[in-house]
Ligand binder design. Structure first.
Ligand code: BG6
Ligand code: MG
Length: 215
């Protein structure tokens, strides 16, 4: 199936978008914030480790960064809070210019066809980021990290988003850039569009190199 066919398929009524890496490229800011924390804690961290954090929740990301090292729950909570402070400070630079290419025209196209739009993201900063990007009014549902306990690759966040749209999963597409996100959407029974290299999102029904190809 091509993207055009999926867009015009009358049985597809809802489109659920991941946030980081699909709507906006916040990966750079996540990287800088984790890097600052890792440097302060003398933990090794680089772009390669950062790539493993795509779609992964904040605490699970920290667990990957600390590897086998032992820290108390309290220390880990403090470290994730510190990382988030650094991240939020960096997000102050975020604005409409940071919406990835192709996203807005694609939203317009879907809305013209009467489709519903939602966000399904692991980020607890989702609402803040959507405000900064000026995108809040586009969405009929916003499902974000704090709403479900099981993170991707569990399908929970997408199922929650479909519920907000009042649609069965079979009538929704999930657009994702993370391997764990595509897996979660497939487990949940969604149709999927993967954004990125086939080594990462090749298991999606449709794969695009970048959001530019959405339009
Ligand atoms: C995902 C990102 O969307 O959100 C991850 O891809 C990030 O890198 C996760 O760790 C959680 O984000 P936040 O904003 O709650 O720390
Ligand atoms: Mg993502």
């Amino acid at each position: 199936m091509t993207l055009d066919q999926m867009v015009h398929d009358q049985s597809v009524k809802g489109w659920i978008f991941d946030l980081d890496g699909v709507i906006t490229n916040t990966a750079r800011y996540h990287y800088l914030a984790w890097k600052q924390l890792a440097d302060e804690e003398n933990l090794p961290f680089n772009e390669e480790i950062n790539e493993k954090l795509r779609g992964i929740s904040r605490m699970a990301s920290l667990e990957i960064i600390i590897g086998g090292r032992e820290y108390s729950g309290e220390r880990k909570a403090e470290m994730t809070e510190r990382k988030n402070r650094y991240y939020r400070a960096l997000l102050d630079q975020l604005g409409a210019d940071d919406i990835l290419p192709g996203i807005l025209p694609f939203f317009e196209r879907l809305k013209r066809l009467g489709r519903s739009l939602a966000v399904g993201s692991a980020s607890r900063n989702t609402e803040f980021i959507l405000e900064r990007l000026g995108l809040v009014s586009w969405f009929d549902g916003v499902a974000s990290g704090s709403l479900v306990s099981r993170a991707k690759p569990a399908p929970d966040i997408f199922i929650h988003a479909a519920g907000q749209l009042g649609l069965p999963v079979k009538q929704c597409v999930v657009v994702e850039d993370a391997e764990s996100g595509v897996t979660g959407a497939l487990v949940g029974g969604f149709r999927t569009v993967g954004i990125g290299p086939s080594g990462r999102v090749g298991h999606a029904h449709i794969r695009l190199d970048s959001t530019e190809q959405l339009f």
